[in-house]
Ligand binder design. Structure first.
Ligand SMILES: CC(C)(COP(=O)(O)OP(=O)(O)OC[C@H]1O[C@@H](n2cnc3c(N)ncnc32)[C@H](O)[C@@H]1OP(=O)(O)O)[C@@H](O)C(=O)NCCC(=O)NCCS
Length: 295
């Protein structure tokens, strides 16, 4: 079988295969590019395509992180070329390459920070069978929630209340960067990437609460899977919890997502289900299974 590294020129073909295959996901060309080439651990030898008569019919992308955990992040086979061994061959090849790189175990999809989804949606039943038959065990499940945006997302009154407590709420500016990253490094180091992506957006897609000039809470959207109404992460310094700061920041982000033309926001890999149900009437709408195997 002809397996080769993916190159930038392959993006249109990969996007088409992903669109036809990943029917439960919102696939755009920029998301395919983000998942492959904007992965912090991207390596060309871990992003492979399978060819038939010179045309791409299947692809699989993964990486190995600093702790030597390997990941399969995204994969699909063109519907007309299914059940001909392409995905199996790509998986076997990547497993061998990961092993040679020193990886000790391999997991499916929940690769922080740049993940497409937090595991395999079991409605992709062929993918579940592929991993089960390849010796993987289900080790975790996770959920995404969906939030309707046709609701009152105003926060003025709550912001006045917070102001009376000495707290300011606003969109992040360049001068807040260091303070945000200090807090994130202390409590949630894995979230820095999404915060950085949010700050790079125009306007920055990060809302913060400040005590003086110290950031004490943040919420991000479009920090990952950009352009499809993707919320998160969010965090409030433990000392400042219980004052509904998170609710205000969440609503500010959701109002922005609505103003970008979305009718629903995705709240991925949750987390505090009751918080999102109670504050913005979000409901669980997808379940993901995480598979793992020792290499
Ligand atoms: C999952 C997927 C990539 C498999 O691609 P494929 O190239 O058809 O897979 P293979 O031909 O290499 O099959 C590998 C194994 O998977 C299992 N499998 C795949 N399709 C199957 C089917 N229709 N029925 C039963 N088992 C199936 C089998 O165990 C198979 O091995 P076997 O043929 O030796 O029994 C493909 O079905 C697909 O693109 N699905 C939609 C996208 C998706 O689910 N992506 C994963 C989420 S990111």
């Amino acid at each position: 079988m002809d397996l080769k590294p993916i190159s930038y020129e392959d993006l249109p073909a990969l996007t088409e295969i992903a669109r036809e295959s990943l029917i439960y996901d919102k696939i755009t060309a920029s998301i395919v590019r983000e998942k492959i080439f904007e992965e912090p651990y991207y390596r060309p030898d871990f992003a492979l395509k399978a060819l038939h008569d010179g045309h791409i019919v299947s692809f699989m992308v993964g990486h190995v992180d600093d702790e030597k955990t390997a990941w399969i992040k995204v994969f699909a086979t063109h519907p007309q070329f299914r059940r001909q061994g392409y995905a199996k061959a790509l998986l076997k090849e990547l497993e061998e390459r990961f092993r040679s790189d020193g990886a000790k175990k391999i997991r499916t999809m929940d690769c922080v920070p740049n993940y497409l989804s937090a595991g395999i949606d079991p409605r992709y039943t062929e993918a579940v069978v592929l991993f089960e038959r390849s010796g993987y065990t289900k080790v975790d499940d996770r959920v995404d929630m969906l939030c309707p945006l046709d609701q009152d997302l105003s926060t003025e009154q709550e912001e006045d209340r917070l102001a009376r407590m000495g707290l300011t709420v606003r969109r992040i500016t360049e001068t807040d960067r260091d303070s945000l990253f200090d807090m994130v490094a202390k409590h949630w180091p894995g979230w820095r990437y999404e915060c950085e992506n949010g700050i790079k957006n125009n306007p920055p897609s990060v809302h913060i609460a400040l005590d003086g000039d110290r950031v004490v809470a943040f919420a991000v959207y479009d920090g990952n899977n950009k352009g499809i109404g993707w919320f998160g992460p969010m965090g409030t310094d433990p000392e400042y919890r219980g004052r509904k700061i998170g609710e205000v920041l969440l609503k500010r982000c959701l109002a922005d997502i609505r103003s970008l033309g979305h009718t629903e926001a995705i709240i991925p890999w949750v987390g505090p289900i009751s918080f999102y149900l109670n504050t913005v009437n979000a409901h669980v709408y997808r379940v993901f299974w995480v598979f793992e195997k020792n290499l």
